[in-house]
Design a protein around this ligand. Structure first.
Ligand SMILES: *[C@@H]1O[C@H](CO)[C@@H](O)[C@H](O)[C@H]1NC(C)=O
Ligand SMILES: *[C@@H]1O[C@H](CO)[C@@H](O)[C@H](O)[C@H]1NC(C)=O
Ligand SMILES: *[C@@H]1O[C@H](CO)[C@@H](O)[C@H](O)[C@H]1NC(C)=O
Ligand SMILES: *[C@@H]1O[C@H](CO)[C@@H](O)[C@H](O)[C@H]1NC(C)=O
Ligand SMILES: *[C@@H]1O[C@H](CO)[C@@H](O)[C@H](O)[C@H]1NC(C)=O
Ligand SMILES: *[C@@H]1O[C@H](CO)[C@@H](O)[C@H](O)[C@H]1NC(C)=O
Ligand SMILES: *[C@@H]1O[C@H](CO)[C@@H](O)[C@H](O)[C@H]1NC(C)=O
Ligand SMILES: *[C@@H]1O[C@H](CO)[C@@H](O)[C@H](O)[C@H]1NC(C)=O
Ligand SMILES: *[C@@H]1O[C@H](CO)[C@@H](O)[C@H](O)[C@H]1NC(C)=O
Ligand SMILES: *[C@@H]1O[C@H](CO)[C@@H](O)[C@H](O)[C@H]1NC(C)=O
Length: 809
């Protein structure tokens, strides 16, 4: 949360791009002026956009906003640090566009006018002969007839004090709204005339003060008291009786000789000393936190009015190294705007209706050590946690209850003053809408059309009827899919899941995951979605986890992402890798899975030792069961879109577990326009319909499963190993040829165990051939695949998969 150093990367890029554009087009901008004389102007684009101090440490001039490079603030900033840091700004509430101008007029007034010529800012003095930006970062207006300056920026601070600057009694700092938005923010630091130095939360937009959250407790010490940041880098509050209170208790450990320094009232309300080593030349240079006040802002702010340190319905945590606070949303809540977290969180679900009895559609999720004090509307004593939950669940007004040692406090929205602290001892129970992963009845196992109750998408799942009529020995049912593309439909509670406890997933902070993975040190692998790291949960270091860092920029809003991930988290099946939790903090999007100790099917199949036939058949059946579950048994069907051996993991007992299901949706670009670049899946496993103008259905997974089944049977890769060789072996054709010639022994490479079971080998090969049919409707459903693999139904002779066109070579 460091004001300058933690800006999202994208904003740095915006800034960088803007700077590049400026410096390339107008290379003369860095020309050194130290005096702005009458008649001189600065403009946002050219010829002179800023003006450096003699040492180059500071610059004064127009600066494009990180959030919108077409808007500019007139500012003073550290020019040599990376990132640069703005320390003063004139028009934070009113950024100007190209065409604006700063001028020291002939009558000695400094004036910022916008593109229409209206004055936006002026220090309100005249008769200045020149203006100068000093090496301290102080901009001064000087009259030749006077020895002292007419005006100085050090006397009109915004959110930052620099060494050499003093905050006199009666003046104040005001935080900006966010790191990127220079408008007036939610906090102020006031050197009061009564001698007290005080931090206040402010009511926006009016700006009146709420109850203070920190002070030096020196009221009555007199109006001569002042906050001094002296030239050698000591920041202290100096009382009239010459007592100095060292604000950050640094005892002068940072000297201005070695460090650039600034003390900034950050947008989160923390008064922070930032230091930046001047000499470290190795790219390690960054703004570091040298001290903060208060150290416990999460629990400090507690007011009857206002949201607290974080926005409404969110909660504050400060467990990082620098103790800077972070704001998080409760489970199933998302930030209204993740770039403006102070606006708070909203539930991802529709609130419980009071009109209808929706008790069964809601459940309570635990959030330990979390509280929103002061907004209780009901209080019970001598109750159990289950009673406390029930009292809230059955009360349509109740959004959250806090359970603490037999006491139960009901709360309604909006929640304020949220915090998570180890010392609380209680538990928040958050009311959330339940999904229902497992409550739909099993689809009939035969050949009936199954209709899914699903608002957005309706899939009619047809199955392959196996009979003995006609040339192909089968009856075909068309598969109709409407608007389903590697996704599942809209999830809204359909049925009660009251008995399903523990199905909810945990929200992790990025810090927790960083710790859990020891700084992302042990990489397990990388896939189409990002890199995967091994970690362990702090509570139980023997519980291993796999943390997947999603590295593509997702188009989803925070809320969509959270919704999707929560839906995925509700899917449990013994052949699926379970999602345990996730993290969604700004640019950080991570998924936390169970750790699978025995690697992937890919390494098993294509490793040095050929796995046993018996084990391979078990794995094939396990994968098929997992796919049936995804396609037919979840509350909303999921098409995996990337079935391949890398995505099948093996647990302690070598049970096959499908990973990465549900992710295709997260990375979708545009579902209605499918181009070659929109193809999901992996070469060698993708169904031909991806390249045609036909709907994508669950049958794409059946195709990939078929290819993989052949790989499991043959322990050979779908595309032959001879890279660059003209004779690239396509496993599907090769296998069909041997199958037709009755040379199953060559398919399994004389695997004795398999040859002892040759009828099963043949059955598996035939099922695979059905699965890789070019026409989706010829492929069986996964349900049917299982029945055939298990021998429950006979498998008719498959047609040549290549005869229906286009397999992917
Ligand atoms: C700026 O102006 C002042 C006053 O006229 C003068 O003393 C000083 O030398 C000037 N500095 C530069 C770099 O021109
Ligand atoms: C200020 O920073 C800009 C951009 O980083 C750079 O181009 C320029 O040379 C710097 N000015 C001085 C005087 O160092
Ligand atoms: C920052 O300081 C300048 C100069 O005192 C003042 O005009 C401005 O209103 C302050 N705040 C913002 C948000 O620009
Ligand atoms: C500016 O200078 C003029 C002439 O020297 C003088 O009459 C006027 O009072 C001055 N104004 C201010 C605000 O000092
Ligand atoms: C100075 O004033 C403060 C507050 O009024 C008081 O706590 C402190 O003891 C005084 N120090 C001296 C040296 O008198
Ligand atoms: C700044 O303050 C510290 C602590 O009071 C003092 O030791 C140091 O001499 C001061 N530096 C200057 C330049 O006044
Ligand atoms: C930078 O300054 C620090 C503190 O003065 C010193 O310990 C360190 O050796 C210096 N490093 C370099 C690269 O000069
Ligand atoms: C609402 O439904 C639940 C469970 O179905 C039931 O226990 C409860 O009594 C009902 N409440 C009302 C007010 O009907
Ligand atoms: C709460 O329970 C304790 C122990 O069961 C009992 O002694 C106490 O009287 C109860 N308090 C109330 C207010 O019911
Ligand atoms: C499979 O996992 C078990 C349990 O963690 C472990 O003991 C075994 O060595 C693993 N086998 C392989 C081949 O990795």
């Amino acid at each position: 949360m460091a004001t300058a150093s933690a800006l999202p990367l994208s904003h740095h890029l915006v800034r960088l791009a803007a700077l590049l554009a400026l410096t390339q087009a107008f290379p003369a901008t860095a020309e050194t002026y130290t005096n702005l004389t009458q008649g001189t102007t600065l403009t946002p684009l050219r010829p002179t956009t800023f003006w450096p101090s003699p040492s180059g440490d500071f610059a004064f001039g127009f600066r494009p906003l990180d959030s919108d490079a077409s808007l500019f603030v007139l500012a003073i900033w550290f020019n040599l640090t990376s990132p640069q840091a703005v320390v003063w700004f004139a028009n934070g509430d009113n950024p100007v566009q190209a065409g604006s101008k700063l001028e020291l007029t002939s009558d000695g007034q400094l004036s910022l006018t916008d593109q229409s010529g209206n004055e936006v800012w002026s220090p309100g003095v005249s008769n200045a002969t020149y203006a100068a930006l000093l090496d301290s970062g102080n901009l001064i207006l000087v009259s030749s007839s006077s020895s002292s300056s007419l005006w100085q920026s050090f006397a009109s601070p915004n959110d930052t004090l620099l060494p050499g600057q003093t905050l006199l009694a009666g003046s104040s700092l005001r935080s900006r709204l966010t790191d990127l938005d220079y408008s007036e923010g939610r906090f102020s630091l006031v050197a009061q005339n009564d001698g007290n130095l005080v931090l206040y939360p402010l009511a926006l937009p009016a700006g009146n003060q709420y109850k203070l959250y920190w002070s030096t407790n020196t009221a009555g010490s007199g109006s001569g008291s002042r906050l001094v940041f002296n030239e050698s880098g000591s920041l202290y509050y100096s009382l009239t009786n010459d007592t100095q209170i060292d604000i950050f208790s640094t005892g002068g450990s940072y000297s201005t000789k070695d460090f650039y320094q600034r003390a900034t009232l950050d947008p989160d309300g923390v008064f922070t000393l930032y230091v930046y080593p001047k000499n470290a030349s190795n790219g390690q240079q960054k703004w570091q936190v040298g001290g903060i006040k208060p150290t416990d802002i999460c629990t400090r702010i507690m007011n009857d009015y206002g949201s607290g340190s974080c926005g409404y319905n969110s909660y504050c945590v400060s467990n990082g190294d620098d103790q800077k606070p972070d704001c998080l949303c409760p489970p199933d809540y998302s930030f209204i705007d993740s770039t403006r977290k102070y606006l708070g969180c909203m539930p991802n679900f529709e609130p419980q209706s009071c009109e209808h009895n929706e008790t069964d559609l809601f459940d309570l999720e635990m959030l330990d050590e979390t509280d929103w004090p002061l907004s209780d509307y009901e209080h019970y004593i001598n109750v159990s946690i289950d009673q406390c939950k029930d009292y809230c669940r059955t009360d349509c007004m109740c959004a959250v209850t806090i359970f603490n040692s037999g006491q139960c406090y009901k709360k309604k929205l909006p929640l304020s003053n949220g915090r998570q602290t180890g010392s609380f001892g209680g538990t928040a129970l958050i009311k959330v809408a339940t999904g229902n992963a497992n409550s739909l009845p099993q689809p009939p196992s035969s050949t009936v059309t199954v209709e899914k109750k699903d608002r957005k998408s309706l899939i009619l799942v047809g199955s392959l009827l196996l009979g003995s009529s006609g040339l192909l020995n089968m009856v075909l049912l068309a598969v109709i899919s409407v608007n389903v593309l590697c996704r599942y439909g809209n999830r809204r509670p359909i049925k009660p899941v009251s008995s399903m406890s523990g199905m909810n997933i945990r929200v992790f902070t990025h810090r927790e995951l960083e710790q859990a993975t020891n700084g992302f040190s042990e990489e397990l692998g990388s896939g189409s979605f990002g890199r995967v790291f091994k970690g362990s949960l702090a509570l139980d270091s023997r519980t291993w986890i796999a943390v997947k860092k999603l590295d593509r920029l997702l188009h989803d809003s925070d809320k969509e992402f959270t919704n999707e991930v929560r839906s995925i988290g509700q899917i449990h099946h013994k052949n699926l890798v379970r999602l345990l939790g996730f993290c969604n903090e700004g640019v950080h999007r991570l998924l936390v899975y169970e750790y699978m100790s025995n690697g992937s099917l890919k390494s098993l199949l294509f490793g040095s030792e050929r796995p046993q036939w018996n084990q391979r058949t078990k794995i094939a059946l396990g994968i098929a069961r997992g796919l049936v579950y995804l396609h037919e048994e979840c509350s909303a069907p999921i098409i995996h879109c990337d079935i391949k051996p890398e995505n099948i993991l093996l647990d302690d007992n070598f049970v096959a577990r499908i990973s990465d299901f549900g992710l295709a949706k997260l990375l979708r670009t545009d579902q209605s326009h499918r181009t070659n670049t929109g193809i999901r899946g992996t070469r060698g496993y993708v169904a031909p319909e991806w390249f045609k103008n036909v709907p994508i259905t669950a049958k794409v997974d059946v195709y990939s499963f078929g290819v993989m089944l052949l790989e499991i049977i043959c322990c050979r890769k779908s595309l032959g190993r001879g890279v660059g060789n003209e004779e690239v072996m396509v496993l599907t054709y090769w296998a069909y040829d041997y199958y037709r010639e009755g040379r199953l022994d060559l398919l399994v490479e004389n695997d004795e165990e398999a040859m002892a079971d040759v009828s099963v080998v043949e059955r598996f090969v035939m099922v695979a051939m059905w699965c890789i049919q070019g026409e989706p409707f010829l492929r069986p459903s996964m349900q049917k695949v299982i029945q055939m693999l298990e021998g429950a139904v006979a498998v008719p002779a498959p047609p040549d998969p290549s005869s229906y066109g286009s397999s992917i070579r």
